[in-house]
Design a protein around this ligand. Structure first.
Ligand code: ZN
Length: 349
């Protein structure tokens, strides 16, 4: 066992523990994750500071603006009562999972209460929001309008039984109580999602323009609102699923369907239920997992999945930390300061 500070070589929880045997070591690791380019004042951006280590490990005073800061300042971890090592372990477990981790599972792994795990989960989801100034989707982009939650269709209830039917996709018809989600995904690349009040052209159009670069080639199914949105793009092709047409040349929405399946599996296998209040955060987490999923390399028998090391993903996450605070609401839920106060939190997840 080595005590050398070499965090980039961390590949497992054991490696991680080895770098966090004291609170000071955990603090040092956290700083390495938060400030890849070296310590910066979160208030004015200055790199000049004094260490106030006599008062508290990891506390600094900026020489530029005179304010005091630590690595958690301005992040969702600010003011946390949990040890920094617990946060680092939680982030490691979450980014290492392919589809996220529920709060009961996280609580068991870390030996903390489910309530704490639930809050940590949402704080980490907040860090998973794409970085400010993130480029719009480009190249070939597939868009699809999918539905989440609500009642199962009568046909599926009859066919599969009440319990199973909940998890089976069916169309977001009027009054079904489903949430509509717009999915836009680059072929071989990133995905972006948005909750929608309805599937009309006046809702879908602006969302597509917000997520997709105008020069991208848009692929859709026969959905009228999506076809209308496609007219604003440099190029657009659609396949008509109602005509049993799924692929025509390179026109298809198989990647969007794959994300849809990924979302459904995550919901069924990881969270079981999620509240609509926090749907945006679960979608953000799934976007992050999808965007950083292992990429197949090589071909034939040599083909293998190459994953981005978890420690690198954590660095991506925490370097986005600034300006993303999560506050507790009076009812015990969590909210971002700019968003309206949350409703009471669900008892689980
Ligand atoms: Zn400063």
């Amino acid at each position: 066992m080595t005590r050398r500070f070499d965090p980039i070589s961390i590949r497992s929880l054991t490696d991680l523990q080895r770098h966090m045997r004291t609170e000071e070591e955990a603090q040092r690791l956290f700083e390495w994750l938060r400030w890849p380019e070296g310590r910066l004042c979160p208030f004015c951006g200055s790199g000049e500071h004094w260490a106030l280590t006599a008062r508290r490990a990891g506390l600094y005073e900026c020489r530029g603006c005179g304010r005091q800061f630590s690595a958690t300042a301005g992040t969702p971890l600010h003011g946390t009562k949990l040890p920094i090592a617990t946060w680092i372990q939680a982030a490691f477990l979450i980014v290492s999972s392919s589809k996220g981790m529920s709060s009961p599972a996280l609580a068991r792994h870390l030996g903390i209460t489910q309530r704490s795990a639930w809050k940590i989960g949402h704080a980490i989801r907040l860090l998973m929001n794409p970085a400010a100034g993130d480029a719009k989707l480009s190249g070939i982009v597939e868009a699809d309008d999918i539905a989440d939650g609500g009642k199962a269709s009568r046909r599926n209830r009859a066919k599969y039984g009440e319990k199973t039917a909940k998890f089976i996709y069916n169309a977001p018809g009027r009054g079904s109580g489903k949430t509509r989600i717009l999915v836009a995904v680059e072929r071989g690349g990133r995905v972006r999602t948005a909750e929608m009040a309805d599937g009309s052209a006046s809702t879908v159009g602006p969302l597509v323009r917000e997520m997709v670069a105008p020069e991208a080639r848009l692929m859709t199914d026969g959905d009228r609102a999506l076809i209308a949105a496609g007219k604003d793009q440099a190029a657009h092709a659609s396949v008509s699923h109602s005509q049993k047409e799924y692929v025509r040349g390179d026109a298809h929405v198989n990647t969007a369907e794959a994300f849809n399946l990924f979302l459904r599996r995550a919901k069924m296998g990881v969270w079981h239920v999620w509240s609509n209040e926090h749907l945006r955060r679960y979608l953000t987490e799934l976007q992050f997992h999808w965007d950083h999923r292992p990429i197949p390399k090589g071909s034939g028998k040599r083909r293998e999945l190459v994953a981005v090391p978890s420690i690198v993903l954590m660095r991506i996450l925490l370097s986005r930390g600034h300006g993303r605070e999560l506050r507790r609401t009076k009812s015990g839920s969590v909210t971002e300061p700019s968003s309206p106060p949350g409703k009471p939190a669900p008892k689980t997840h």
